[in-house]
Design a protein around this ligand. Structure first.
Ligand code: PMP
Length: 425
């Protein structure tokens, strides 16, 4: 293990982070399970990339079958990408009916920002202050917690608004958030940058998945529309049925974005991502920018992505996310009744977690405690993580076939670990 860590550092450079004080060396996956090199088995409660389960047979078969026949760049005619985009866009509301396929979510967000520039002739972007949208030069600037050392002069085009936090900030209908968005829009207009787009994850998943009433994002979307900008939904994490009630999280929010970006779960681990937009925006973008992507939507990527959609439907996994998510919230709330350290429980389909606080009145984050819990859970064979501004919220986001028995194992183990960690604290 230490040999692997040293090789990783030497070959891949410093600062290439791993999870846990004692990283897991995974060698095999199946469904919601992972195995390490010593044969230990882990319940995967964290990974949203293997959306329909690790090494899902339908996806593996689709990839192998297509790879055996043909894989090449995207300048030839091939029905794979067309069949896929047809099926993908059918999951969207009008007028979202056209797509670009990429290899990463970062690229998709990068294109979306350029689409906003093509449509508005302006460059000012508004984003939330505690999120992550990717790693291209432009997109990496959107992350406040990851500010690049070299700015390329892009900062003048970015303004951040406070990420919603249903536990600490009172904003039941999204009006407070919308007022902040309006302020940022006005500031962009006053600075000469002009306002081009608001980009958000509709569930604010990287920011602690706050509890929100349906339609919470509507006032902010209206502010964007009034100003003539684009609403970009980064659904890299929130899409493909994860929120349970809807296939796309923006549908839950009651808004139709101008561009929806997707990635991570799209190919179940195969690097395929993309965006869906309107024909009008696509035409303006294609006119303004020459865009080509060697690998995006190639025959193997399209086959992998198609198999994910088929599997989601065949196994009714969106409904599973809804059912298991509700149960998870119940079970976590029961733990909150037992442990004072749980200040808040939040859930949105197959994303759920508990926020740890040292004191429920002051809501002081128990960040170190959260760190101890996830590291102990790892040694008990449960993979999960933590997130939020204070890194004190459990992030539980399992593959979609996660079932009731898996949930029981997770909650029972968490119950034990909380009891133990509190005693040793
Ligand atoms: N958007 C969101 C919300 C993400 O969580 C991520 C990845 N963590 C990205 C974009 C970037 O995706 P990728 O790593 O595929 O470029």
């Amino acid at each position: 293990m230490s040999d692997l860590i040293a090789r990783r550092r030497a070959l891949l450079g410093p600062n290439v982070s791993t999870f846990y004080d004692d990283p897991v060396h995974v060698v095999k996956g199946e469904g919601v399970w992972l195995w390490d090199a010593e044969g230990n088995k882990y319940l995967d409660c964290y990974n949203n990339v293997p959306h329909v389960g690790h090494c899902n047979p339908r996806v593996v078969e689709a990839i192998c079958d297509q790879a055996r026949r043909l894989n090449t760049h995207t300048r030839y005619l091939h029905e794979g990408i067309l069949d896929y985009v047809e099926r993908l866009t059918a999951t969207f509301d009008a007028p979202l009916d056209t797509a670009i396929m990429t290899c990463t979510g970062s690229e998709a967000n990068d294109i979306a920002l350029r689409m906003a520039e093509a449509m508005t002739g302006k460059r000012g972007i508004v984003a939330t202050d505690a999120t992550y949208h990717g790693n291209t030069t432009l997109v990496s600037h959107l992350s406040r917690n990851n500010v690049p050392a070299v700015g390329f002069g892009l900062d003048q085009y970015l303004r951040h608004v406070e990420a919603p936090d249903s536990y600490r900030i009172h904003d039941p209908d999204g009006q407070r958030f919308a007022a902040q968005v309006q302020e940022a829009i006005d500031a962009h207009e006053a600075s000469g940058a002009g306002f081009a787009a608001l980009i958000v994850c509709p569930l604010f998943l990287n920011e602690g998945f706050p509890a929100q009433a349906e339609g919470w994002l509507k006032p902010a979307a209206e502010a964007v529309r009034r100003a003539g900008g684009l609403l970009i939904a980064d659904e890299v994490q929130s899409g493909f049925g994860r929120c349970g009630s809807h296939f796309w999280a923006h549908q839950k929010q009651g808004v139709t974005p101008d561009v929806v970006c997707m990635g991570k779960p799209m190919g179940n681990g195969h690097p395929v991502a993309g965006l869906v937009t309107t024909s009008e925006i696509m035409a303006r973008f294609r006119h303004a920018f020459r865009y080509f992507n060697t690998f995006g939507g190639n025959p193997v990527s399209s086959a992998a992505a198609m198999a994910v959609l088929e599997e989601l439907e065949a196994e009714d996994l969106q409904a599973n996310a809804s059912r298991i998510g509700r149960l998870a919230a119940e079970r976590l709330n029961a733990l909150a009744g037992k442990y004072e350290i749980i200040g808040d429980v939040r859930q949105s389909g197959m994303v759920f977690g508990a926020e740890f606080v040292t004191d429920r009145d002051s809501k002081t984050p128990a960040s170190a405690f959260a760190g101890r819990v996830i590291n102990t859970m790892r040694h008990r064979g449960i993979i999960l993580s933590r997130l939020g501004r204070h890194a004190n919220t459990l992030k539980i986001r399992p593959p979609m076939p996660f079932g009731e028995a898996h949930l029981e194992l997770l909650i029972d183990t968490l119950d034990d670990v909380l009891a133990e960690t509190l005693v040793s604290a």
